[in-house]
Design a protein around this ligand. Sequence first.
Ligand code: APR
Length: 324
Amino acid sequence: MASTAARPSVNGIVPQKDLESFQFHLAKSTRIIALLGAGVSASSGLPTFRGAGGMWRTHEATDLATPEAFAADPGLVWQFYNYRRHMALNVKPNPAHYALAELARKKQGFITLSQNVDGLSPRAGHPSQSLKLLHGSLFDVKCSDFFCKYTQIDNYTDPIVPALTIPTTADGDEVDPTSKAILASKDLDISDVNVKIPEIDTAHLPSCPSCKGLLRPGVVWFGERLPGDVMSDIETWLDESETIDLIMVIGTSAKVYPAAGYVDMAREKGARVAVINMDKKDVPASGVYSQDWFFEGDAAKIVPELFKNEIGEITEMPDAADSR
Ligand code: APR
């Protein structure tokens, strides 16, 4: 493993020697995968799933991401997802999203497999043909009835229905709705269990215009299959060649399969692995080999630095959401 201990670093971000060997390899690579996780969006201000920030009220965020949780309490699960949509719409893509998007424009054989549902890579202009959203999108909505195929793509309505409006005042607060204070009031942090949230009648949740059943978020929940069209695009890309030169594992704990399985799949085709993570312990299950790299720190700082020779400096960060 390319050690990061006590080496001179570039801008205090990554050790010079590792940076150079990575950039040398990237320059000659023609088949490249980036596997992205929540850590890529962390410096935009979105929480990750595991470790600190992984709780939503009294629930592990991952416990709310199941068909069982939705069946048991669709109101609670919708409050969680409506909150995540709201949070995602209120932050901006960061330099890592832009650097990945720019590399996709510069390198033909580069595919990004993202576990993120927050819409930040598309908003950074990542070319859609080389961005595969393994876990769907917070901004797609579909019918929860298996037999009804109703789907809505790119639904940015916030709140998605009025009943899911994030409260700005605590229950029981007497407020004058015309006062300056209420007009300037901020959303309450409903991820905090001390903030009361209303019980929501199922009748007021998003409903399917086709079958009148309940709509659900268009994300992949634990126990569900990954989207068939996305999987077949990835298979086609994998089948195009016997070799893969590089897989970058960026801001993911690489614990959730099948996504995490792409690391070993790439290794089997000869890929060297570059891990970019805040936490030294978060390496893929197969570890980090002697020819691999581990870059410790914030993906938003490290990724643009790693790609600099290919893409130059990131100077502009247009957000597609601004032109919606
Ligand atoms: N830069 C780089 N890495 C970071 C940063 C940062 N600024 N902040 C956090 N990280 C790392 C953490 O150390 C952790 O390894 O990002 C990783 C986030 O891991 P998880 O919270 O497990 O998120 P992710 O890997 O995306 O989870 C995969 O699990 O819950 C499901 O469907 C959900 O897509 C998600 C999947």
